[in-house]
Write a protein that binds this ligand. Sequence first.
Ligand SMILES: NC(=O)C1=CN([C@@H]2O[C@H](COP(=O)(O)OP(=O)(O)OC[C@H]3O[C@@H](n4cnc5c(N)ncnc54)[C@H](O)[C@@H]3O)[C@@H](O)[C@H]2O)C=CC1
Ligand SMILES: O=C(CO)COP(=O)(O)O
Length: 340
Amino acid sequence: MTEQQPIAVLGGGSFGTALANLMAENGHSVRLWMRDPEQARIIRVERQNPRYLKGVKVHEKVEPVTDLHQTISDCELIFVALPSSALRAALAPVAGLLDGRMLVSTTKGIEASGFKLMSQIIEEIAPQARIGVISGPNLAREVAEHALTATVVASHDEALCRAVQAALHGRTFRVYASADRFGVELGGALKNVYAIMAGMAAALGMGENTRSMLITRALAEMTRFAVKLGANPMTFLGLAGVGDLIVTCTSPKSRNFQVGHALGEGLSLEQAVARLGEVAEGVNTIKVLKCRAEELQVYMPLVAGLHAILFEGRTLDQVIAVLMRGEPKTDVDFISTDGF
Ligand SMILES: NC(=O)C1=CN([C@@H]2O[C@H](COP(=O)(O)OP(=O)(O)OC[C@H]3O[C@@H](n4cnc5c(N)ncnc54)[C@H](O)[C@@H]3O)[C@@H](O)[C@H]2O)C=CC1
Ligand SMILES: O=C(CO)COP(=O)(O)O
């Protein structure tokens, strides 16, 4: 990648905008692609993204654009910050342009059909593309407001990792590298589900012991699942595992936490999602995950419990009773031999 070449960010939501700003502050020209010309016009004129990141100044080196073909043709390094529900449909029509480009997914979701992570979808659409992901405790607003933050770029392609580090590393943002693309991406997708539960617990006034138990058992549960899929459990001890789990399960800025909070206040799932008006990936992930855990026969009581509340008409009290009365288990069971 040449110094002068612009970098693309696909998706003009909160995270896309925050990443675009970081790279612009590092001196790069950034093309921020969005589908809505009116949104692009507003950002161009007002130099802020009022719908998704109100009050944050959009850097002058960030150019809002709507021509996807042109954007991809002009850029070798491309970040994909689209919701998981939109990624395949957005990239498939431009598949022919992606060969040899560096495509870095920031999207923390799972496609229902085939349980595919976003980088796997990109690989399917563009087998000749160079593929990576970034994931970590990266609340968009905090990134945009320069809270000291770290993320992980994961890819087998070391040059891609270095290019991402060079683009994003800055005064307030550190980028660690990993070769475990699958583990890093899986951690980011799974933690959203537990953030919904944490939001519910917060709304119901549950205490710190409860939150700590939830986060720790969530880590055990998601690690057990990852091990079954052949992933490296150690990755979950890093920023993209426990790091992201902590931030999303403790921060009211997390949209998944907010959905859970709204449910705890008594709103229906539809009302909670409508009130949010942004993406909360955990809502779709819970369905996919419950199904896959059953297929693989992985014990995931928290996932089963949340699914029962959201989609099977159980009350929170019923689910809590089942969870607390479950047979006694071993702590840290995912690495001991008697845990399954
Ligand atoms: N916001 C955050 O703090 C972080 C978000 N992420 C992940 O990044 C992904 C994107 O999230 P956000 O930027 O937060 O979402 P958002 O809800 O703020 O924005 C989503 C953007 O995608 C656009 N979009 C939706 N459907 C589209 C389509 N079919 N074609 C083109 N554009 C479309 C929307 O218009 C909007 O601009 C999610 O998977 C999320 O989990 C990752 C790290 C942090
Ligand atoms: O992934 C995130 C923080 O790392 C953002 O979480 P939410 O999508 O729940 O806001």
